[in-house]
Write a protein that binds this ligand. Structure first.
Ligand code: NAI
Ligand code: MG
Length: 506
């Protein structure tokens, strides 16, 4: 690796490592063609924008180079003719290497993103390793069918890779979102150009080295950083990219869909949400409170499936509100993400911090009642990090922006309801349809509500469960297609039907 494309770093927890800073194309590190860079900052200490490192940002030409490498690799015998079983072996090797470098990867994730180290280590990295191993197992277990038609004819189907896949990932779970996309893409024999989010460019570069070390042929996975409107747009509108998979905001997804139309790309979109969590009178109060708290306050509220609208039935409303406030007080230890007792770190960037604070103002202007929070925390870190107190609004109505719009922070609205029908109507009164949760001890009601909610996922007496074995995705404006589970493979393979005629004359 050219030494001008690495930098030696020591993280706040004392871990020393070599940070790659280039573009990873063809299993090699190269600089960006126009010299543009992205400077990554540490959100814990960074109103003064404390820099961690600068990395190369891909230009349109660089994206083109990466796409060409991926196209070449797709046709190259070392990948095209590699037995499916061996693709699985490579994915398992990659998972092993991630496991061996688990602490370093978790350290980078926490430093760059601000999420608690324990979450990065035990949550994100477990997910990365588990997802890669899960899809490694699928590599040689996804095949076609033989379909008999008439005595003279039959057909068989084969599963083929979609081709060159562009993957655009967000900053809230950088490595995990990469694994969700790389696992199925590689199991199915595709090649990839993956672009990380400009807010968290570091961990994916360290991960890129592991891809080469695992033995993936050059060009199979190309890893770039770059700005959304430059590198992301170049990827989404590239004429030689067959598929684009995206996780991020609904607004950007709409642009990507338009750009992807230039050559009718296959698309998978996982976007925003305003997921409801419904608490019925007969719910187990402790259980509902704990999950409702985790459902919005974990990962600093920066989760697409965060249950950011809590709907509580009249009979339990006062008790729930008191318990929820107590839970915030008891659990939400806010501070240094490297401190093992920390539950909540800083928001990822100044832009996200400002956005959340602006929603506090909007909520007040709309006449909602601020129950708690709504203020920054200035006695954390060096006093300059992007910390926000857990914020709760009540007295909300359905037409309020804080009820309808994704805030993406430790920010929740709580509303009351009387009947089950009303709860379902309130839950469904949104343009989104990602997650949803229902708390009740009544079995029949639990399943009835689960059926009636417009969402890609429902949690009964829980929130935020996500598992690589289970399909993940949204309806309405929360996305198109599914990731994870066996369903995740559908997004990365085409079915070819081959008709066979055994009759010599018509
Ligand atoms: P974003 O959707 O703009 O960014 C996500 C990814 O898309 C990044 O890699 C970015 O570089 C890329 N991108 C941006 N513009 C692009 C374009 N024109 N063409 C191609 N790629 C492009 O989201 P952003 O600005 O980081 O956050 C804004 C809001 O989006 C958040 O407040 C939150 O509400 C939502 N969001 C949702 C996420 C989820 O998990 N569903 C993740 C991140 C953000
Ligand atoms: Mg950062």
């Amino acid at each position: 690796m050219p030494s001008n494309l690495t930098v030696e770093l020591t993280a706040p927890n004392g871990r020393k490592y070599t940070q790659p800073t280039g573009l990873f194309i063809n299993n090699e590190w190269t600089p960006s063609s126009d010299g543009k860079t992205i400077t990554s900052i540490n959100p814990t200490t960074s109103s003064n924008e404390q820099e961690i490192a600068s990395v190369h940002a891909a230009s349109g030409d660089d994206v083109d180079r990466a796409v060409k490498a991926a196209r070449k690799a797709l046709k190259h015998p070392s990948w095209k003719n590699l037995p499916a079983t061996d693709r699985g072996v490579l994915l398992n090797r990659l998972a092993d290497l991630v496991e061996q470098n688990r602490e370093t990867l978790a350290t980078i994730e926490t430093w760059d993103n601000g999420k608690p180290y324990a979450d990065a280590l035990n949550g994100d990295l477990t997910e990365v390793i588990g997802t890669l191993r899960y899809y490694a197992g699928f590599a040689d277990k996804k095949f076609g069918q033989v379909i008999e038609t008439t005595p003279d004819k039959f057909a068989y189907t084969v599963r083929e890779p979609v081709g060159v896949c562009g993957q655009i990932i967000p900053w809230n779970f950088p490595l995990a979102m990469a694994a969700w996309k790389l696992g199925p893409a590689l199991a199915c024999g595709n090649t990839v150009v993956i672009k990380a989010a400009e807010q968290t460019p570091l961990s994916i570069l360290f991960f890129a080295n592991l891809i080469a070390e695992a033995g993936f042929p050059p060009g199979v996975v190309n890893v770039i950083n770059g700005y959304g409107n430059i590198a992301g747009a170049a990827l989404a509108s590239h004429m030689d990219v067959d598929k684009i998979a995206f996780t991020g905001s609904t607004a950007t997804a709409k642009q990507i869909m338009k750009m992807a139309s230039v050559n009718l790309k296959n698309i998978t979109l996982e976007t925003g949400g305003k997921s409801p969590l419904i608490v019925f009178d007969d719910a187990d109060l402790d259980q509902a409170t704990e999950w409702a708290h985790i459902g919005i306050m974990s990962n600093q509220g920066q989760i697409c499936t965060a249950t950011s609208r809590i709907l509580v039935q009249d009979g339990i409303y006062d008790k729930f509100l008191a318990a929820f406030r107590a839970q915030i007080k008891n659990i939400s230890k806010i501070g240094d993400p490297f401190d093992e007792n920390t539950f909540q770190g800083p928001q990822v960037t100044k832009a996200q911090y400002d956005r959340i604070m602006s929603y506090v103002d909007i909520g007040k202007q709309e006449g909602a009642k601020l129950e708690c929070g709504g203020e920054p925390l200035t006695d954390m870190g060096d006093g300059k990090g992007y910390f926000i107190q857990p914020t709760v609004f009540t007295g909300v109505s359905e037409n309020m922006r804080i009820y309808q719009e994704e805030v993406f922070g430790p920010f929740v609205v709580i509303q009351r309801f009387s009947t089950e029908e009303q709860a379902v109507d309130l839950a469904n009164n949104t343009t989104y349809g990602l997650g949803s949760a229902v708390f009740t001890q009544n079995l029949v009601r639990a399943h009835r509500v689960a059926k009636n909610i417009e969402a890609g996922m429902v949690w009964i007496n829980s929130s935020q469960d996500s598992d690589w074995r289970i399909p993940f995705g949204g309806v309405k404006q929360s996305g198109i297609g599914r990731e994870l589970g066996e369903a995740g493979l559908e997004a990365y393979s085409n079915i070819k039907a081959i008709h066979v005629n055994m009759k010599s004359k018509l």
